[in-house]
Write a protein that binds this ligand. Structure first.
Ligand SMILES: Nc1ncnc2c1ncn2[C@@H]1O[C@H](COP(=O)(O)OP(=O)(O)OP(=O)(O)O)[C@@H](O)[C@H]1O
Length: 358
């Protein structure tokens, strides 16, 4: 088994891009695991620094893989949520901008012709929330349901990459047409703005924009309604989340977490947020579980919170590769181990909400 100190020294030979010193000394490495044949940790950085640390994550993985005897390695890059709100109106319609200025409470909005709206949230960024949302949506559609997905992650919209979609949505009779891809109706905040603009949507502007995407997209029609819309929330538990979920009566929320304590504490906060606004929490999904980070953290937290475990998705490089390639794993490998877990998750969600193909 490799010496823990040797691993620490190795990580200190990598440069922390913010401090300029060793990575380990920079204090961003959390939950370091060094065991017989495996090593891993969480790299916990500010949201604004994710791009600077992404190459470091790759360097750290490569360095750990080079250690004798180590065959399994995982470094999770995870982000603290948003810094202070920035005032910008990029990419928003005039109506959204005007609404953003209004002080009066915005009336509750629900999208037309959508039977159920569920949200997928996480306290922490980078824990695999979008991956769960996208694969859940595909697995639900494989059960014969009409499914939509809304990427509301203003801090880092990942749906365009994960589903392989691009281009601004078309407006028809005053409503946006969602992309039709992999059997889903899909809309992303990333399709409405340049990537650099999306990053700076914050506070009231962001929640107005999200409400607009939710209610002004033609998800379904009176003849062919959508059975369920999956909303991929931004990570975190701040004002954007509060106002979004306050304005939109959700039929349920799913909390995604990895097994480590650093993520569980945020999952707890997400649970409190949903409780505060009266959104039913359907349950918890543990992801990236397995022998590097363990398998017990999520279920133990669910028990503490008194909510069911809806799914347990293993840490599996194929899940990441499929997402990066724009074809989520459940599409082509529903019968593999991870694919089956997503199918089971979809079944649990459909049962909980009593969703039936129409
Ligand atoms: N089960 C898994 N096994 C391996 N890699 C995974 C798994 N789930 C997600 N990933 C990878 O981890 C990274 C973060 O995942 P994802 O974008 O879904 O997280 P997120 O919580 O939505 O992040 P953000 O909040 O930043 O949008 C991605 O590269 C993704 O492919």
């Amino acid at each position: 088994m490799p010496d823990r100190q040797a691993v620490i020294d190795l990580l200190n030979r990598l440069t922390d891009p913010v401090t300029g010193g060793g990575l380990m000394d920079g204090g961003k490495v959390k939950g370091l695991v060094v065991a017989e044949d495996r090593a891993g940790f969480v790299l916990e950085v500010d949201q604004a620094e994710v791009a600077r640390y992404a190459p470091v994550r790759d360097q750290a993985e490569a360095a750990l893989k080079g250690l004798p005897g180590i065959t399994r390695v995982s470094v999770i890059l995870t982000a603290e949520t948003a810094p202070a709100p920035a005032r910008r109106t990029a990419g928003l319609s005039k109506a959204a901008v005007d609404q953003g200025r209004a002080k009066a409470p915005v009336p509750t909005d629900r999208p037309d012709h959508v039977r159920r709206v569920i949200a997928v949230g996480s306290g922490k960024g980078g824990v695999g929330k979008s991956t769960v949302a996208v694969n859940l949506a595909i697995a639900l559609s494989q059960q014969g349901l009409r499914v939509g997905i809304l990427d509301a992650d203003v801090y880092g919209p990942s749906l365009p990459t994960m589903l392989g979609i691009s281009g601004k949505p078309e407006y028809v009779e005053g409503k946006m047409e969602p992309h039709r891809v992999h059997g889903l109706a899909a809309m992303s905040v990333g399709l409405l703005t340049e990537a650099s603009d999306a990053m700076i949507w914050r506070g009231p502007m962001a929640s107005q924009a999200l409400t607009q995407m939710l209610t002004q997209t033609r998800w379904g029609t009176a003849e062919v309604p959508l059975d369920v819309l999956v909303v991929d929330l931004p990570p975190g538990t701040g004002d954007v989340h509060l106002s979004l979920i306050q304005k939109t009566p959700l039929d349920g929320a799913i909390i995604v977490t990895t097994p480590q304590e650093v993520a569980l504490a945020d999952a707890r906060r997400a649970h409190r947020l949903f409780e505060k606004v009266g959104t039913p929490v359907l349950g918890l999904v543990q992801t990236m579980s397995g022998d590097i980070f363990g398998t017990e953290g999520g279920p133990a937290e669910a028990a503490r919170l008194g909510i069911p475990v809806l799914g347990d998705i293993p840490l599996d490089a194929a899940v990441r590769q499929a997402g990066d390639a724009g074809r989520p794993l459940t599409l082509d490998s529903p019968d593999g181990e991870a694919g089956r877990r997503f199918t089971d998750l979809a079944r649990a969600v459909a049962d909980t909400l009593n969703l039936k193909a129409s």
